[in-house]
Design a protein. Structure first.
Lengths: 865, 235
C-alpha cells in the first residue's frame, strides 16, 4: 500500500502495469515521482534490490507516457545540419558501458508492456559512427550513455539544440562516479547542461554513503555564495545483513595474500549454496583463487572467473551464464562491484580484508537481491592482521557505519580538458565559463587564478616563457571570446577525451604452436640474417593467436623470456613482446615463477584503521577473535607491548647482522611506503646507514647497519624528530624530484590535460610509440617552472593517490608526542608479518642506482668465482 | 628555487678504450678525450620542444636551456680545447632560427676561446648561420673518427641511435641511457633533455657490432655501470 499523500501520482496505465506484475510501487519510487512533479532534483539512496533504477526512470516514463499522441516531428535547421523537433527528454549516465546496455534492456520491458510512445537508445564507445550521427540529428527520448560520451556530445556546435529540450538527467551509481576524475568531468558537463537546459532537474542513484549531503550538492548547480542541494530520498533499509568471518580450522598464515589455507572450507560453502559470488581485491588474487578452486573441484562445479582484464567476449559469456543461473560460483574483482543485475546469488564470500565498511556493505548487498531477505556474507582473512580488520569491518557493518571518502576537489587537469572541449563546442567568454565551472560542486571553490592558468595552459601551454603564441590551440577574438585556432585542434580533442589513464595495457596472445626456436643459432648467423628477425624476439613468433586478455605493461617489464605467471586461469610462459602484444605459451609448471604480488588496490579506510587500533588496544575485544590470533596478541603483550589506540608503537631489535625499526601506523601500504622513503632519507642524514625498508598495510620495517635502539637510548636519535611533521617539507620535495610514483602521477595529468596526446588522426599510438617521454618533460618542467599548473595538478593527485601524502600528514600529526618506543632483543610477534615480506618485496623502491651497483657487483662476483 | 645539482666534481667517469685510444665516458653522457682536450656530446636535439609545439603538442619550451645548462657545467669542469657536437644538434632545420636570445648568448659564451665543431646530422643536414662554430660532416683525429651516422668502421665514434639499456634487479627494471661500445667503435647516448632512446637489444645495434659482443655503459647518477649486452633486457 502506498501512503495516501502519493495517491494519484501514478497514472492508471502505470498502476495497472504494477498490479499486473503483482508489484506495489515502493514509497521511494513514488517519492521521486512527487519530487519530479514539483520540479525538484533528488538523490535516492537505496540498497541493492530496492528497485532503484525503476525509481530513477519512473518520472521520465510517466512524463513521456502522458503525451497521448506521438509528437509531430518536423525538421529544424541547426546551422550545421538538420535535426528533428521533440528532442532528448532524459539522459542517463552510468560509470559502466555494460550497465548502460543492461539498464536499456531492463527498461524496454515496461516501455513495451505499457506501450509507451517513446524511443530509448544507448550511446557508448561501441556505437557505430552512423548511429551516432543519426542520434545527433534525431535524438531518442531517452539516451543512456557514459561521462565521456557526454563530454563529446557537449563539444559540438549542435549541443545547444540537442540538449535544449532536456528535462532530466539520471546519474546511476553516483557514489562510485564521484570518487574519480570521471566525476569531475561529469560535474563540468552537468554545469554546461544546466546552462543549455534551464528546465533540467537531476536524479542521483546511490548506495549508502557517509555524507549524502555532498552528493546532493553534486546534483544541483551551486550559487556563487552558499550552496544548493538536491532533495534527499532514503529508501527503507533492507534486512540487516548477516556477515561472519570464516572460522578456519587450519593454521592462519602470518603474512601474504594466499587463501590456500581456507580453500577447502570455501569450496564447502560453494557446495552448500546455490550461487556464490567470491570477491577478491586484485586480478592476480582472482586468478590464483580460481585456479586453486579448480584444483580441488572434484564435483566439477561450474566455477567461473570474471575480472576487468579478461577479454570482453569471455566476460560476456560468464555474465550470460550467470544470469541464466548456470553457475555455482564466480570469482571476481571489483569489476562486479557495480550494479549489473546478476540474478540469484545467495552467498557472498569476500576473500581478503574488505578495506572499508561501505565497500563491504555494497558487496554484501550483491547476495539475495530480494529486498527483504537477509543477505549473507562470509569474510575470509588472508592472514592474522586481516583477521583484526575483518573483525573491525563486521562490527562496523553491525553499527551500519559508512566510511566513503569525502567529495573530491575538482582536478585541474580535468578542467583543462573541459576548457578545450568548451572551445570546441562554441566560443566562450572567460568570465562566463568561470561562473559556469564554479557552479559544479567539485569546482565551487576554484580560484580565478587557477582558472586563468588553465585557460592559459590550453591556449599556449601555460609557460612563463611566452614562446608559443603562434602555435596556440585556442585564441581570444576581438569579441573577447576564446575559440579553437584550427579545426585540427577540435579533431584531436575528440580523439583524446576522457580521464581514464590506466596503466598501459598490453594484449596477451596465446602463441600458435608452430614457433621454432632460433635463439641458439643466432650467434652463428651473419648480419643479413639477423636483420630479418622480427624485432624483440629471439623466437620466431608466428603472428596472431587467441587473445586471452590484457596485462599491465609494468608487470611485463619485470619479466624475462621463459618466466611463468598466472593469467586467465592458467599458468603461462612469457615468450616475447612484439610491438604491443605479449606472446605467451601454455606452461606445464605447477607453480608460477613470478608471484605477481599486489596488495589490495584500495588502502584500508581511515575509519576501519581506527577500529583496528581500538581492537588491539583493548584485550576485552580479543575474545571475539579466533584462538590463534588471540594467543598471538597475548604473546605480543608479554614480549613487547600493545599501545593505547592513539599511540604509535616503535620497536627496535637486532637480527642477523642488521638492526631493525618496526612501527605500526595502520594507514595503508601507500602511506607507509611514502613514510619509508622519507624515514630512510632522514636516517641516512643522521648517519644511521639505513639499507632498506618494506611496507605492508599495517606496518613499516626499516633496517640498517647502525644500532637504532642504542642510538635512541643514548639520545643520539630522537624518535619525535625522526617522525616530525617537517619531513613533509624538504625531504618530500627532494624525493618527489626522482620518485617514479610521482612521475607516473604526472603522466596521467599530462595526458588528461592534453599536453601529451595518445591518439593522433589516422593512427593509434600507445605510450611505447609516443616519442616523447613524460618523465623527461617532468624533469625539465620541475626545474624550470615548479609552479606550472600540471605540476600542481600532479601534486594534488599525489596527496591522495599513489603517495597518499594527505594520510601520512594526518598520521604524523596524530602521533606527535605519542610515540612509544620498545627496545627488544628479538623480533616481536607483531613484527613477524612485515619481516616475512622482506625479500619478497621490492626494497628501497626508488634508489635505482643502488640496484645498478648491486647488479654490477654481482657480475664481479660471477666473474671472480 | 632550490635545485639539487650533482656537482660534476663528484662524478666518476669510466675509461673506455676505442681502437686503443683511452677516452672517458662521463655519467652525463659526454665523452672526453684527454689527449686532445676534446669534449664530445651527441644528439642535443635543441629546440625539440618548439618543434613539437609547431605541430600542436605544447611541450615545455625549456629543453634547450636545460640541455645547454648541463653542457655549460661540463665545459666548466673539463675546460676542453675542442667541443664536438656529434650531429642532430637541432631537432629540425628551423631550430637555429628559433633559438631564444638567452640560449644564443649561452652558446656563444661556451664557444669563446675554444674550437667548436658542429657535425651535421640527419635532423640538421645543412650548416646554419648565427650559431658560431664550424660545420663538418665528420672529424678524424688520430685513430678516431667522429661522425653522426654509424658505419661500423674501426675507430668510429658516432651518435644517431640514442642507445639505452635495461637491467632488471630484484624485480625492478631500470632503463638508462648508455654508451654502446666494443673495442673498435662507440655509439654515444643522446644528450638532449627531451631525447628518448633505442634499446641496445634492437637489431640496429647487433647489425652495427656484428654480434652481441659489445658493452652497454649505463649512466648512473654519479658513475658509469658496465653491462655485457647479453645481460641487458629488451624493452
Amino acid at each position: 500500500m502506498s501512503p495516501p499523500e502519493y495517491k494519484g501520482l501514478l497514472p492508471d496505465v502505470f498502476a495497472q502495469w504494477f498490479a499486473r506484475r503483482g508489484w506495489t510501487p515502493r514509497t521511494h519510487q513514488l517519492e521521486l515521482l512527487a519530487k519530479a512533479k514539483a520540479g525538484r532534483s533528488a538523490l535516492l539512496i537505496a540498497p541493492t534490490g530496492g528497485g532503484k533504477t525503476l525509481a530513477g526512470f519512473l518520472p521520465s516514463l510517466v512524463e513521456l507516457g502522458e503525451k497521448i499522441t506521438p509528437r509531430t516531428k518536423k525538421l529544424i535547421s541547426t546551422g550545421s545540419g538538420i535535426r528533428r523537433d521533440g528532442g532528448l527528454h532524459t539522459l542517463y549516465i552510468s560509470p559502466l558501458k555494460a550497465l548502460a546496455v543492461d539498464i536499456a534492456r531492463n527498461l524496454e520491458m515496461p516501455v513495451r508492456e505499457m506501450n509507451l510512445p517513446m524511443r530509448l537508445e544507448t550511446r557508448t564507445g561501441d556505437t557505430p559512427a552512423s548511429k551516432r550521427q543519426r542520434q545527433r540529428r534525431d535524438p531518442p527520448d531517452i539516451l543512456l550513455t557514459t561521462p565521456e560520451q557526454l563530454a563529446l556530445l557537449l563539444a559540438s556546435a549542435d549541443a545547444p539544440y540537442m540538449f535544449g529540450s532536456l528535462r532530466r538527467v539520471v546519474l546511476d551509481e553516483l557514489h562510485s562516479l564521484v570518487m574519480s576524475k570521471r566525476g569531475d568531468l561529469l560535474s563540468l558537463g552537468m554545469a554546461r547542461l544546466f546552462q543549455l537546459a534551464p528546465l533540467m532537474t537531476t536524479v542521483g542513484l546511490s548506495a549508502t554513503v557517509a555524507e549524502p549531503d555532498e552528493l546532493c550538492r553534486f546534483l544541483a548547480p551551486q550559487p556563487l555564495d552558499g550552496d544548493a542541494k538536491a532533495d534527499l530520498v532514503i529508501a527503507r533499509a533492507g534486512a540487516q545483513p548477516h556477515v561472519t568471518m570464516l572460522d578456519t580450522s587450519e593454521r592462519l598464515p602470518w603474512f601474504g595474500h594466499s587463501a590456500r589455507h581456507a580453500l577447502h572450507e570455501i569450496y564447502a560453502l560453494i557446495k552448500q549454496h546455490k550461487t556464490t559470488l567470491i570477491f577478491v581485491n586484485t586480478r592476480s588474487q582472482a586468478e590464483f583463487t580460481f585456479q586453486s578452486l579448480w584444483g580441488i573441484n572434484d564435483d566439477n562445479l561450474a566455477i567461473a572467473l570474471h575480472h576487468g582484464s579478461l577479454d570482453v567476449a569471455q566476460r560476456r559469456k560468464v555474465e550470460d551464464a550467470m544470469t541464466a543461473g548456470k553457475l555455482r560460483a564466480v570469482v571476481c574483482t571489483s569489476s562486479l562491484d557495480l550494479g549489473v543485475d546478476w540474478g540469484d546469488v545467495d552467498l557472498v564470500v569476500n576473500i581478503g580484508a574488505p578495506k572499508g565498511s561501505s565497500r563491504l556493505m555494497q558487496r554484501v548487498g550483491r547476495s539475495n537481491h530480494r529486498y527483504d531477505e537477509q543477505s549473507k556474507a562470509v569474510l575470509v582473512p588472508y592472514n592474522r592482521f586481516e583477521v583484526l580488520e575483518c573483525r573491525a569491518a563486521i562490527d562496523a557493518v553491525a553499527a551500519n557505519a559508512q566510511d566513503t571518502p569525502p567529495l573530491r576537489i575538482g582536478a585541474l587537469d580535468v578542467l583543462c580538458q573541459h576548457i578545450l572541449g568548451r572551445a570546441v563546442g562554441e566560443p566562450f567568454l572567460a568570465d562566463d565559463l568561470y561562473a559556469e565551472v564554479r557552479s559544479a560542486a567539485p569546482y565551487a571553490t576554484l580560484a580565478r587564478t587557477d582558472f586563468d592558468d588553465a585557460v592559459d595552459f590550453v591556449a599556449t601551454g601555460g609557460y612563463a616563457l611566452k614562446a608559443y603564441e603562434r602555435s596556440a590551440k585556442i585564441r581570444q577574438g576581438e569579441d573577447g571570446k576564446w575559440r579553437v585556432a584550427h579545426p585540427r585542434v577540435a579533431q584531436r580533442y575528440r580523439m583524446n577525451t576522457g580521464t581514464i589513464v590506466e596503466a598501459d595495457m598490453l594484449k596477451v596472445r596465446l602463441m600458435r604452436s608452430t614457433g621454432r626456436r632460433t635463439g641458439d643459432r643466432q650467434s652463428k648467423m651473419g648480419k643479413s640474417a639477423m636483420a630479418d628477425l622480427p624485432r624483440g624476439g629471439k623466437t620466431m613468433i608466428p603472428r596472431g593467436g587467441r587473445v586471452l586478455g590484457q596485462v599491465e605493461e609494468y608487470f611485463i617489464e619485470g619479466l624475462t623470456s621463459g618466466d611463468t605467471f598466472v593469467f586467465a586461469g592458467e599458468i603461462l610462459k612469457y615468450e616475447a613482446l612484439v610491438e604491443n602484444e605479449v606472446y605467451v605459451s601454455r606452461s606445464t609448471a605447477t607453480d608460477p615463477k613470478v608471484p605477481a604480488y599486489e596488495g589490495g588496490k584500495f588502502p584500508l579506510s581511515t575509519y576501519l584503521a581506527a577500529r583496528v587500533r581500538g581492537i588491539l588496544a583493548d584485550p576485552k575485544a580479543w575474545r571475539a577473535l579466533p584462538d590463534q590470533v588471540r594467543e598471538w596478541l597475548e604473546i605480543q603483550e608479554w614480549r613487547s607491548l600493545l599501545p593505547p589506540a592513539g599511540d604509535l608503537l616503535v620497536e627496535t631489535f637486532p637480527r642477523g647482522s642488521k638492526n631493525y625499526l618496526v612501527c605500526y601506523p595502520f594507514e595503508g601500504r601507500l602511506a607507509h611506503q611514502t613514510l619509508g622513503m622519507l624515514l630512510t632519507r632522514r636516517l641516512e642524514r643522521a648517519g644511521m646507514k639505513p639499507l632498506g625498508f618494506v611496507a605492508n598495510e599495517y606496518a613499516l620495517a626499516v633496517w640498517g647497519l647502525s644500532d637504532l635502539g642504542l642510538a635512541i637510548a643514548r639520545g643520539d636519535l630522537a624518535l619525535g624528530d625522526l617522525f616530525a611533521e617537517d619531513m613533509l617539507g624538504d625531504d618530500l620535495e627532494e624525493w618527489l624530484a626522482e620518485s617514479a610514483l610521482m612521475k607516473r602521477t604526472f603522466r596521467s595529468c599530462a595526458i588528461i590535460a592534453g599536453l601529451i596526446e595518445r591518439r593522433f588522426p589516422g593512427e593509434e599510438k600507445s605510450r611505447r610509440q609516443v616519442t616523447i617521454s613524460t618523465d623527461l618533460v617532468y624533469d625539465v618542467l620541475r626545474k624550470h617552472q615548479p609552479d606550472h599548473i600540471l605540476l600542481r595538478a600532479a601534486r594534488a593527485d599525489a596527496a591522495t593517490g599513489l603517495l597518499d601524502i594527505k594520510r601520512l600528514g594526518e598520521l604524523l600529526s596524530r602521533i606527535q608526542g605519542r610515540i612509544v618506543h620498545k627496545s627488544l632483543d628479538h623480533v616481536s610477534p607483531l613484527a613477524v608479518p612485515v619481516m616475512l615480506e622482506i625479500g619478497r618485496e621490492t626494497v628501497y623502491g626508488e634508489a635505482a642506482d643502488t640496484l645498478l651497483a648491486e647488479a654490477a657487483g654481482e657480475l664481479v662476483k660471477e666473474a671472480m668465482s | 628555487m632550490k635545485v639539487a645539482v650533482q656537482s660534476v666534481e663528484a662524478r666518476q667517469g669510466g675509461t673506455i678504450a676505442i681502437a686503443g685510444v683511452p677516452v672517458i665516458a662521463d655519467p652525463s653522457g659526454a665523452l672526453y678525450w684527454p689527449e686532445h682536450g676534446l669534449l664530445a656530446v651527441s644528439d642535443l636535439h635543441l629546440e625539440k620542444g618548439s618543434s613539437y609545439a609547431a605541430r600542436g603538442q605544447l611541450l615545455p619550451p625549456y629543453d634547450t636551456a636545460a640541455t645547454l645548462a648541463r653542457l655549460t657545467r661540463l665545459i666548466a669542469h673539463y675546460a676542453p680545447r675542442v667541443v664536438v657536437s656529434l650531429g642532430d644538434s637541432f631537432h629540425d632545420g628551423g631550430g637555429p632560427a628559433r633559438l631564444g636570445a638567452a640560449d644564443r648568448d649561452n652558446l656563444a659564451a661556451m664557444q669563446r676561446g675554444r674550437d667548436w665543431i658542429w657535425i651535421t646530422g640527419n635532423h640538421d643536414p645543412e650548416p646554419a648561420h648565427n650559431i658560431g662554430g664550424a660545420f663538418h660532416e665528420s672529424l678524424t683525429l688520430g685513430a678516431l673518427t667522429f661522425r653522426h651516422l654509424p658505419t661500423g668502421a674501426a675507430g668510429e665514434v658516432c651518435g644517431h641511435l640514442h642507445p639505452v639499456a635495461r637491467i632488471s634487479q630484484r624485480g625492478r627494471s631500470m632503463r638508462r641511457r648508455c654508451f654502446a661500445a666494443d673495442a673498435m667503435r662507440l655509439v654515444m647516448p643522446a644528450f638532449g633533455a627531451f631525447t628518448g632512446g633505442l634499446n641496445v637489444r634492437d637489431a640496429a645495434f647487433a647489425d652495427l657490432f656484428g654480434t652481441l659482443a659489445f658493452t652497454a655503459h649505463m649512466l648512473g647518477d654519479t658513475r658509469i655501470y658496465a653491462f655485457a649486452a647479453t645481460r641487458c633486457l629488451r624493452d
